[in-house]
Ligand binder design. Structure first.
Ligand SMILES: [Fe+2]
Length: 480
């Protein structure tokens, strides 16, 4: 769709669909059970806090100078019938560390129009695009901090203390939606993302941001059915597109569901190898066994011309009217993609259910050895809740180590932070939140990645429960 008339027609149809969805949302039957993503461990926080007297156990590594930031859904006024975990109002949690001390903890809602209205505060300034709920990732791009979401909203630039917020499409250089998972190429400093937009089911975009934080490429790619593409990967030659069978569902939207994506067995699963500077006609599309992946661990080219892609995979996803993830994890897999024959060979690296794989990102797009991930409970009905462990995978030896936090202690994603910029791969820290359900408190835990199974080197204790969220990163303080 491109002409003004087509745009007018589309906008009119969109308004009609949205009105119908809103009408039906109000008529959805009251839930017969508590929404699991609004109760228990997920019960949202009801206030913003600033804490400066933090209790610390152990020794915070003196080299950690910056902020650990993690974002997730924390709805202000959700409708339990229509609420899906992925659509909750975003809240950022931050802990600042320097010189071996914990300076502060802060949590702040992303001030979307709805959050600002509900809380009686001024919305964050800046342009809006499609929607303005931002809840999925918080990253450093060129020394600036951005909160991110896929499928619509522009990014939100955050100030040091999280109070300053501004919707910012990379200084006006971004034309459309963005992704929650841009990946930085350590060789070039460029960020690569595959972006989709809820209102454009026939097109996705390869977006590249240069080392100064400006968009330098938005290359369209034609797709069918509006696939939900959460993540991507890069190699020296390619950006890898995961076109898998979770697609936009008009039926779900019109029925009033807040999250309109569903498993679609009629959508052919395929992986695309797009030359980094190529166009859509250059993409090498390779059929793959159906499944769904939110997150890649890493990818790289091999000397014999193949492409290695490691990722966490599910047999299906969003197959029912669930309020969150609902499928069986196939574990951590290695997909070997042969461009010449357009085939994908799948090998299970670890069949244990797991999510949030993170490598040492200085090796993103390159051969690598280490990946850390979060254990998931085996039963899909548990919807991600209940596991208490992290995994450390050594892909060279095939060894897997387990760090179990113990009964009632539930970790989220942990991020790897190198000890110094030129430390060998895997020499550094693993940082993340662990929720203690027995005490309704949360710890920011720092593990030594090389002594993964030993007790944490430091634990910063927070006196309240932080609901499970999505992604966190270490944002280093830098003199720029
Ligand atoms: Fe994600």
């Amino acid at each position: 769709m491109g002409s003004p008339i087509e745009t007018l027609i589309r906008d009119a149809i969109t308004r009609g669909v949205e009105a119908l969805a809103t009408f039906n949302r109000k008529r959805m039957p009251a839930p017969t059970h508590a929404n699991p993503f609004l109760t228990g461990i997920h019960a949202p926080m009801t206030e913003e806090r600033t804490l400066t007297e933090l209790v610390v156990t152990g020794t915070i590594p003196a080299g950690l100078d910056g902020r650990y930031l993690r974002i997730g859904p924390n709805p202000v006024a959700p409708d339990p019938a229509a609420y899906h975990w992925f659509i909750g109002d975003g809240m950022v949690h931050g802990v600042a560390l320097t010189d071996g001390r914990a300076l502060w903890y802060r949590n702040r809602w992303i001030r979307s129009n709805a959050v600002a209205s509900a809380r009686g505060v001024v919305p964050a300034p800046g342009p809006r695009h499609v929607f303005d709920t931002v809840n999925t990732n918080v990253v450093d791009i060129d020394g600036r901090t951005f909160a991110l979401v896929e499928a619509g909203s522009y990014p939100v630039e955050l100030g040091e203390t999280l109070d300053d917020q501004r919707y910012n499409p990379f200084d006006g250089t971004l034309q459309g939606s963005f992704s929650a998972h841009p990946h930085r190429d350590p060789k070039t400093g460029e960020q690569h993302a595959i972006c989709y937009e809820g209102r454009e089911p026939g097109t996705i975009r390869h977006v590249v941001i240069d080392a100064t934080g400006q968009v330098i490429r938005e290359e369209p790619v034609a797709v069918k059915h509006g696939p939900m593409i959460h993540d991507c990967a890069i190699t020296d030659r390619f950006v890898i597109i995961l076109d898998l069978p979770v697609t936009f569902s008009m039926k779900a939207l019109i029925s009033g569901h807040g999250f309109p994506y569903r498993w679609n067995p009629g959508h052919a699963a395929r992986v695309g190898l797009m030359p980094r500077h190529g166009r859509q006609e250059d993409i090498i599309w390779c059929p793959v066994t159906p499944g769904y992946a939110f997150h890649v661990a890493n990818a790289h080219d091999t000397e014999d011309g193949q492409v290695i892609l490691d990722l966490c995979v599910y047999d299906t996803m969003f197959g029912d009217d669930a309020q969150g993830p609902d499928a069986r994890s196939r574990g951590l897999e290695r997909w070997t993609i042969a461009p010449a024959s357009r085939t994908v060979t799948i090998r299970t690296l670890d069949a244990a259910p797991q999510e949030f794989p993170r490598p040492d990102e200085r090796f993103f797009g390159q051969p690598y050895r280490h990946v850390w991930s979060l254990a998931l409970p085996a039963d899909p009905a548990s919807r991600f809740l209940g596991a208490t462990a992290l995994y450390a995978h050594d892909l060279t030896t095939g060894e897997r180590q387990i760090h179990d936090f113990g009964t009632n202690r539930h970790p989220g994603e942990f991020v790897f932070v190198p000890e110094t910029a030129d430390s060998p791969e895997g020499h550094g820290w693993l940082i993340g939140f662990v929720i203690d359900m027995a005490t309704e408190t949360t710890d920011l835990v720092i593990l030594d990645a090389r002594r993964f199974q030993e007790p944490p080197v430091a634990t910063i204790h927070l006196p309240h429960r932080i609901p499970p969220g999505f992604h966190g990163n270490w944002i280093r303080n830098e003199t720029r």
